[in-house]
Design a protein around this ligand. Sequence first.
Ligand code: GDP
Ligand code: MN
Length: 378
Amino acid sequence: MKLHEFQAKEVFTKYGLRIPQGIPAFSVAEVKEAVQRLSQANPSLQKVVLKSQVHVGGRGKAGGIKVVNLSDAEAVSETLFGMDIKGLPVHKLLVEEAINIAKEYYVGITLDRNARKTILMASSMGGVDIEEVAESHPEAIIKVWVDPNIGLTDYQIKQVIYGANLPAESAGFIKALYKIYTENDCSIAEINPLIVTADGQVIAGDAKIDIDDNALFRHSELLSYQDPAEVDPNELDAKAAGLTYIELEGDIGCVVNGAGLAMATMDAVKYGGGQPANFLDIGGSSNPAKVTAAMKILKRKNVKGILFNIFGGITRCDDVAKGIISALDSMGGIDIPLVIRLTGTNEELAREILTAKGINAGSSMTDAVSEIIKLTKG
Ligand code: GDP
Ligand code: MN
């Protein structure tokens, strides 16, 4: 689950990290009010930053971050609302006091799966996309790997501070960021830019926090941060139906029972020259409703064809067949190829149900995979 910048900054504040004064605003009128409140709190305030709150990086480059005079805030906010940043509409802005930036740094923590450790990265080339820095100046990113059983040591903090030439005050920021990362089960916690102001203060200019969805159950305090407008409707529907579903980039929809078979199916599709559109596990105890939900999700995703690969154990093939029939009934049929492979518990019954409706179901996985690839090519 991704947090918006203003939410991540709330978390930062809880952990004592210094951030600019700011107020989220959902309309031009709220922008006006926010500017008034900020300038009451700080009478010498001359500029504010209007920051689009969408779940995507590089907002600055895309024109979603504007530093403006107080008197221009309303007019500029009008252009930002209704703007579209990398496909995401802007519904919220964070109105912040503008910071007089002398230098921008990068500090980020994430998981390095290969190393099986947490990785802390820092760079004096902050403000820009860290992926870009990683490509053009890999030597400018200092990395240390943190053993989760030992935790981040002061020595490692010094290593990145000296290595990346960060101001000494960053130590507190790094420590707190690591605490945020571990205590909230983050997959990413990042400050980019970590700003040194013209008068030498250190402050977090941006905040990025992603929470590991699989750990959300133990963070009820974070659930209110979930933004339904930003969650993929397919993933929401899949969750509600009890399906394990992950979107991929291809065009062959896969409906499979069991995670292992789902992986094997995706491998087989790729091996045969096709591209799976998703990972989808309807689970062990299939009921027809799950199958219907799965088909509707894939139809909405505009796949070129759907492959069912069912190995009946606890899963009953006749349940799956009933699900397919009821999905087709409620969708008024389907205009893309549908290839079904099923074998195992109640497969004869399943074939009867399907054949009665003029639908074929094979029993070989290899045949089914090559058929769906053939039917969806070109
Ligand atoms: P991102 O592009 O989505 O990562 O959004 P950021 O919050 O990191 O902002 C992008 C860039 O906008 C920063 O690197 C700064 O250069 C600039 N910026 C953001 N806030 C301020 C500010 O308060 N004052 C000034 N002068 N520039 C800012
Ligand atoms: Mn940023």
